[in-house]
Design a binder for this molecule. Sequence first.
Ligand code: ADP
Ligand code: MG
Length: 463
Amino acid sequence: QWDRVLNRLRAEVGEAAYRSWLKPLSLLSGNDSFIRMAVPTRFMRDWVAGNYQDRIQVLWLEEIGVPAQVEIVVQQPVRPVPKPALVDVVEAPTPVVEAVSERLVVDVPNLSTEVVHEAEVQRITAPLDPRFTFDNFVVGKPNELAYAAARRVADAEAVPFNPLFLYGGVGLGKTHLMHAIAHQIRTAHPEKKVIYLSAEKFMYQFVRALRIKDTMSFKEQFRSVDVLMIDDVQFIGGREATQEEFFHTFNALVDQNRQVIISADKSPSDLEGVEERMKSRMGWGLVADIHPTTYELRLGILESKAEQLDVVIPQKVVEFLAHKITSNIRELEGALNRIVAHATLVGRSITLETTQEVLHDLLRSNDRRVTIEEIQKKVAEHFNIRVSDMHSSRRARAVARPRQIAMYLSKQLTSRSLPEIGRKFGGRDHTTVMHAVKKVEELKSTDVEFAEDIELLSRMLEN
Ligand code: ADP
Ligand code: MG
């Protein structure tokens, strides 16, 4: 089974990437729904997890027909790796920090004897945005797993996995996918009761039910649905009473084999102020993360939105936007709408100049580049030395070379001057930095493997 997946992956990524990243993967254990693989270094683990893990999950889903959790662990190889500087240590398990939850004081004033009417309760579900459909969703590497999982849930006749947990940063398409699932199910099965609401609204409804002393009908309403979607579940963090209720609702639905779909800005285990049992329960189905956008995805989205708006935007402007607005899809969309609105308003066509003018403020806030501190941290991690060695005066090759590489990357990836970079490396002189840059360039031109390492590091840093 794994071989089938691996072969498809190999065909997709090409021989070179296959040999560097996929061939060294060794399958430790696995069944239909769980695969554990080992790689020799932490660096490789990060790389494979960042670049191939989602694809592996997608291919697995397609080939085997069931979702699998993929786990990649670091395990030292039996033979020493030829380049000692790159050998990483086997990781110690990270201690689990227990989140401390704040108690929610539910204030239950005895004010109302209001009755919850049936019609009112039906309004529990929030309205769906008609534009948030699968057709309007542009699929790329960062969101392909989440998309595949969402489609599966929407199209499957029986519950394929429960719950589906979607997570990712703001403005990356979680809500869009949830609405798309709801549209799809409602169209195919109008008889099904599909409820979509934010965790905040869930909380509000619950607190309100407590207040009017009608938790019974609240419970019934939620427990009789076919599909329950709770968006932005991180908001229940720290609210104990709401969590408790949500947990019961969740369990009742899953036990009855009703589909539950949850979104959050973090993975289940990283949610703050959420009980352990709840976190672990939410991770039982399929957990799919949506990654930050790539240039290709941003291009695709701009093209698709321009078509929807029925405007022609010069290719130069499209590329400029895709390069500059990297924060999230919501901002990208907002930027496009703004330049289109401006052009319509002043009755002129869209140019690069007007774009820069109109988006002045937005462009500045998106101009976040990597910092020297981040470079030092990543490089130190990569070579398994201490960050403090970046500032120290030790000259041993094992620390001097990584330090030079970090200086080189600081020059390439930030807009800092040589003296500024020198200061950040323990107050070194700008000539030292210049020397480091030259040295690394020289090594890059003579040593292919070294050049590849530097290339990888800088790509990891830029992401
Ligand atoms: P989130 O819920 O993750 O914060 P949203 O789902 O609200 O993000 O998405 C923000 C905006 O970006 C929405 O207008 C949505 O339609 C759009 N969007 C997000 N992802 C995509 C995508 N892959 N293709 C097209 N539009 C997208
Ligand atoms: Mg959202």
